[in-house]
Design a binder for this molecule. Structure first.
Ligand SMILES: Cc1cc2nc3c(=O)[nH]c(=O)nc-3n(C[C@H](O)[C@H](O)[C@H](O)COP(=O)(O)OP(=O)(O)OC[C@H]3O[C@@H](n4cnc5c(N)ncnc54)[C@H](O)[C@@H]3O)c2cc1C
Length: 471
């Protein structure tokens, strides 16, 4: 008889886990049910900016409802799991159903952090109209419904998500001001020069940026009318979007007696200490770390699928080296490892091309890459990611790794790696193009390239022109 696998959450981790399970023929062992609070089937959260920008939900859908049915998976969309009872191996849903499971996976992701500023709630405890976060399709639709042409918006937080929200809102024709409490934009990934370069590019788009600006209060009686800064200054705005970080969603795990620290604590098998209960994605804490990017999540899903199906009983997750490559508000950015040198013996190589808006920096320790950042041109990113990930020695002339885009990356068989999220090389893409893929969507469908962070979609379009068979 088949076992019952319950996946709690239907975000990017769950979607990827289902792919990995399908690849291992898990349907022979398990009847899988996926429970997701959101009413949508799995979508690409990374590309939410498109929905904010006016695109339809279809444009970011990863799996149609029919995909689940075709793979024998039951999708319970719009259903929150309230509690898991690990002793009786049952779970309770928000509509008070109690359902059996044999193995359960928490893939509950994160929630947006809203800082404890004054004036956020109305007298009845509800959030003041005009104050939003940017995490789900519902958030994007609510912002779009509320916004009117030429409205003023304040985005609080200049990390990846805040800048992404600012760009989309600016494209909608709104007046956007970004407030950041530190001196440097994207300070988790960029140093002073990188942050300044990014700031200039963003300001050129018509977005106002204020650093060292801390919000104390949301102004307005019955709706948002602006924000007051700690300095006492007021900035008028009809809309405030908070983008101040994320926190793992652990409420259901906690209610179920599953061990939670910052995230749901898992071991190298992605298993919690509660028998039959696993966790994966942003909600999971492995070796004291919770991750907020998809690449580590992809690695976790592959291991968990091996563990659950027994395809590789020795599979283990040992943590991930994190790197970021994305388009922030239209500007290409890549970053990995250290942002600043830490030791006297660290070598720092910086190439600043101010007029072109390009900044590149390497931090080298013991001949290996300890950190790197690229702003404005990320062609060298695949090379750097590979060197960083594999801890390989750099060539004696460090600049070589910046000068040869894609050089040395991939093998002769794969060609330079174009999609870092799915590790798709140019040769596979060229083959798909010669095989008939004529649009980026078709190319993504047959190779998966471009379906992660989406930052390589421009490169995919160029490859289509380069490799299209002549008429
Ligand atoms: C705007 C934006 C841009 C981003 N850009 C990048 C990028 O460029 N590169 C990158 O690597 N990462 C990026 N990220 C981060 C990336 O999207 C996340 O790392 C990824 O979505 C995490 O996947 P997850 O499945 O763990 O969590 P989520 O995608 O948050 O999914 C969790 C799901 O579980 C549901 N859920 C929670 N509790 C329950 C419950 N009790 N019962 C049922 N369902 C439940 C939630 O409603 C949610 O749908 C971005 C994120 C955002 C918001």
């Amino acid at each position: 008889m088949k076992k019952r696998l319950a996946v709690i959450g239907n975000g990017m981790a769950a979607g990827r886990l289902l792919d990995e399970l399908t690849r291992r023929n898990a349907n022979l062992t398990y009847d899988v049910t996926v429970y997701g609070v959101e009413k949508h089937a799995a979508y690409n959260r990374i590309q939410l900016g498109r929905v904010l920008n006016g695109a339809g939900v279809d444009s970011i859908t990863l799996k149609e409802p029919s995909w689940y049915a075709n793979h024998g998976i039951l999708l319970e969309a719009g259903v929150r799991v309230r509690q898991v009872n690990p002793v009786g191996r049952t779970l309770t849903t928000c509509d008070n159903r109690t359902l059996p499971y044999d193995a359960a996976v928490f893939a509950t992701g994160s929630a947006a952090v809203v800082p404890p500023v004054g004036g956020l709630a109305l007298a009845d405890g509800t959030r003041k109209p005009g104050a939003f976060v940017f995490r789900t399709i519902t958030d994007c639709e609510a912002i779009r419904d509320y916004a009117h042409p030429a409205a003023s918006v304040v985005v609080v937080g200049a990390g990846i998500l805040g800048l992404e929200a600012a760009k989309s809102l600016c494209d909608l024709g709104l007046y956007v001001t970004v407030l950041h409490n530190g001196p440097t934009l994207m300070n988790a990934q960029l140093d002073r020069h990188g942050g300044a370069m990014l700031r200039r590019a963003i300001e050129k788009m018509g977005i106002y940026v204020r650093t060292e600006a801390r919000v104390a209060e949301v102004l307005g009686e019955s709706r948002t009318e602006g924000v007051r800064l700690e300095s006492g200054e007021s900035i008028p705005a009809e809309i405030v979007v908070f983008s101040c970080g994320i926190v793992p969603r652990t409420e259901t795990a906690k209610a179920s007696g599953v061990a939670v620290n910052r995230g749901i604590v898992v071991n190298d098998r992605l298993s919690t200490a509660t028998p039959g209960v696993y966790a994966v994605g942003e909600c999971a804490e492995h070796d004291g770390k919770c991750y907020g990017l998809v690449e580590p999540i992809w690695e976790q899903c592959a291991v968990l699928a091996d563990v659950l199906t027994g395809a590789n009983p020795r599979a283990r997750y040992f943590g991930s080296k994190v790197y970021t490559r994305l388009k922030v508000a239209g500007v290409e950015v890549a970053s990995m490892g250290l942002v600043e040198s830490e030791r006297d013996t660290d070598e720092v190589i910086q190439v600043i091309e101010d007029r072109q808006g390009i900044y590149r920096k390497l931090i080298v320790r013991d001949g290996k890459l300890a950190g790197a950042m690229l702003v404005g041109n990320t062609e060298a990113a695949p090379t750097l990611i590979r060197l960083y990930d594999r801890d390989e020695p750099l060539p004696p002339n460090r600049l070589d790794v910046l000068a040869s885009p894609g050089g040395g990356v991939g093998t002769l068989a794969t060609g330079p790696e174009i999609c870092n999220c799915h590790h798709v090389g140019e040769n596979a893409l060229a083959e798909a193009i010669r095989g008939g893929a004529t649009t980026v969507t078709e190319l993504s469908r047959c190779t998966k390239a471009g379906t992660g962070c989406g930052s390589c979609r421009g490169a995919l379009a160029s490859l289509i022109s380069k490799h299209a068979p002549s008429a």
